[in-house]
Design a protein. Structure first.
Length: 50
């Protein structure tokens, strides 16, 4: 019985890890794009950022 519970718990944990990793990847990619766009607009507006 304990092994069965552990197996289910492990599957849940792996699923949450996969979903969490996917969400983290999407969010970090979005943040990276936004910061890159912000940086490029700042750099184009003021020469001190180059």
């Amino acid at each position: 019985m304990g092994g069965h519970v552990t197996g289910v718990h492990q599957e849940l944990w792996v699923a949450m890890l996969l979903v969490g990793g996917h969400v983290t990847g999407v969010v970090s990619g979005y943040v990276l794009n936004v910061s890159k766009a912000t940086y490029s607009s700042l750099a184009s507006s003021s020469p001190s950022y180059r």
